[in-house]
Design a protein around this ligand. Sequence first.
Ligand SMILES: NC(=O)c1ccc[n+]([C@@H]2O[C@H](COP(=O)([O-])OP(=O)(O)OC[C@H]3O[C@@H](n4cnc5c(N)ncnc54)[C@H](OP(=O)(O)O)[C@@H]3O)[C@@H](O)[C@H]2O)c1
Length: 241
Amino acid sequence: MKWVLIVGSSGDIGSEIARDLATQGWSIYLHYFRNKKKSDALCTNLRQTYPKQDFIQLQCDLTSKTELDKLSEQLFGLDAVIFAQGTTCYGLFHDLKPTEFNSMLSMQLTAPLYLLQKVEEKLARNHFGRIVFIGSVYGGAGSAMEVGYSAIKGALSSFAAAYSKEVGSLGITINVVAPGAVNTQMNALFSEKEKIQIDEMIPLGRFAAASEISYWVQAMLNERAAYLTGETIYVTGGWLK
Ligand SMILES: NC(=O)c1ccc[n+]([C@@H]2O[C@H](COP(=O)([O-])OP(=O)(O)OC[C@H]3O[C@@H](n4cnc5c(N)ncnc54)[C@H](OP(=O)(O)O)[C@@H]3O)[C@@H](O)[C@H]2O)c1
């Protein structure tokens, strides 16, 4: 049985990835942070639909090293890790508080990298390890008002490019799926009028559905995707390209 850890499986993109991978026979460690209710509903639904697979919920605040250590101790078999957690802070970089920046940094960059150090051996065990980060188009193009977030997402792409060179011989691949604007709760703060203005800037004329992002993640976990590593794939409807 193949096991994947989905960090941020309680998010809109993360839960779509969980549904796609469950369809393909994966057993899943379903990580969540605060949204226990959504995680419970997802887990119950997956258990009922796929009774021969296992689904284990893991709660963890990624800004806490103690909690992260506890999470890593609960992982036994592991073939793939997806990092689909994330938050942003809107505002000028000049005004970004060190506490806000550190929280984004540890949750989206240092904690995932620390976790990968802990699970590298497990991922190498079957000479089939897959790591996928959900990055952002802002990691490549950069965005005013989300400078700290853009820097972190860009760092994920640099990390993937570099780490892929170390772990290729272990049968581990690492890639980034970098979305543009996706219709999720992360964008709930935009008014309908603001969303229409963004639609107008996107060549395909609309936000992506979460399933249009999870499609590329599940493709990267396919055995036939074994030759793709160190890449950032932009899924943006042509936006900012
Ligand atoms: N939506 C977009 O337009 C868009 C565009 C480009 C990139 N992305 C990226 O896509 C990924 C998923 O975003 P989404 O749109 O699906 O957002 P979402 O629905 O808001 O999900 C965010 C996820 O992050 C988790 N999380 C938040 N703080 C955490 C912490 N301290 N420790 C551990 N987990 C934490 C949340 O857990 P709980 O809900 O359980 O608290 C949730 O699972 C993020 O990396 C985001 O940067 C999104």
